[in-house]
Design a binder for this molecule. Sequence first.
Ligand code: UD1
Length: 417
Amino acid sequence: MQKLEVFGANKLKGEINISGSKNASLPILAATLLTNKKVYLNNLPKVKDIETMISLLRSLGSKTKFNKKNLIVDNSKQNKNFASYNLVKTMRAGILVLGPLLAKFGRAKVSLPGGCAIGTRPVDLHLKALSKLGVKYKIIQGYIHATAPKGLIGTKITFSKISVGATENLIIAATLAKGTTILKNCAIEPEIKDLTNFLIKLGCNLKWLSNRTIRIKGVKNIHEIKYSVMFDRIEAGTYLVAAAATEGNLRIKKVIPEIIKTEINILKRIGAKIILKKNQIHIYGNKTIRNTNIKTAPYPGFPTDLQAQIMVLLCKANRKSLIKEDIFENRFMHVSELNRMGAKILIKGNKALIEGNIKFTAAELMATDLRASVSLILAALTTRGKSIINRIYHLDRGYENIEKKLKRVGAKIRRIN
Ligand code: UD1
């Protein structure tokens, strides 16, 4: 099994180009199932989750091929509606094929994704909302067997809780439904806006009526299009934290700063100096890191996917800080590993009390999920000595070329078998 060896404590300096967004690419790939025409996708990140989604599409009968920087998805002969456990279990976003398959075929059999390291992660919101569009379903031996006997029929749906995945699944499903669907209390993550921009370009009739309400009028014909996926805001946030934690100086390129202003404002509050340009952010880490309190929340709040990374930074703050995790119930697995590196973090329910002024010590560590893994790299980058991070397959699910990108800005990091 591969490991990462990290030698700190270099100040990171230079430029990093941010890749395309994993979390925008996944629903867009699922949404290609709606059309029989070719779709050309640009800026997909080269990460494992994208490979898994492409394998899932291929298992459903899609033809895909890479041509220079584009992935061409050809669904003209796509004819299967069965998404197997083997593919969906490794990546929860596999559930996103349920909406388009139902929209297209009126029936689908899709594996339940099951729980994962960061919580139970049910799909009840997806299923409840799909039922309102006329879907009947049964869960049999871990599979959702769903049919829409009269086709999908547009209606008004208010989500009882904000969910990124359920919003995406329903938006995609409703694009081919009969009549008009109004979805209220939607998630409005930038990746969802990227999905709706993609669908609009495809010829779907979508309109955001207000902040969290979207209107979708069913359409019959969909075009052939080219689309370039947005930047990965979590990757950008991760490297911003890396600069702040190592007192570095990084130019984060190929981003839209406006989209991550919550994160930028927090980094400024903590003491980093930040200069914004049109498509780049220049950050200078400060020696003194000021403490702060953060709670994770749906967009435009602070992203749960950046919680582990910012915690590393707060360990180095001048006083105690507090992080409240309001999205997932079990997203503090990085804490025990950070504590093994000398951090003093106490968990009380969904709150982490973080002692400041910590000097991490190098250690051998175990990665537990995607964002937890990267937080261990960040901590290791701030301290002298050799840290070894095991189980890095989690990292490869979501960070494109992380060692290369870090090496180019002065980190000593290498992959070993
Ligand atoms: C997406 C992101 C993930 C991010 C998360 C929150 C992708 C591929 N993944 O995950 O990186 O951390 O948003 O920003 O885009 N919930 C239910 N029932 C449901 C669905 C969700 O109770 O049917 C709960 C979840 O357990 C969680 C909360 O709602 O507590 C938010 O989850 P959701 O927004 O759906 O996250 P994902 O779409 O799975």
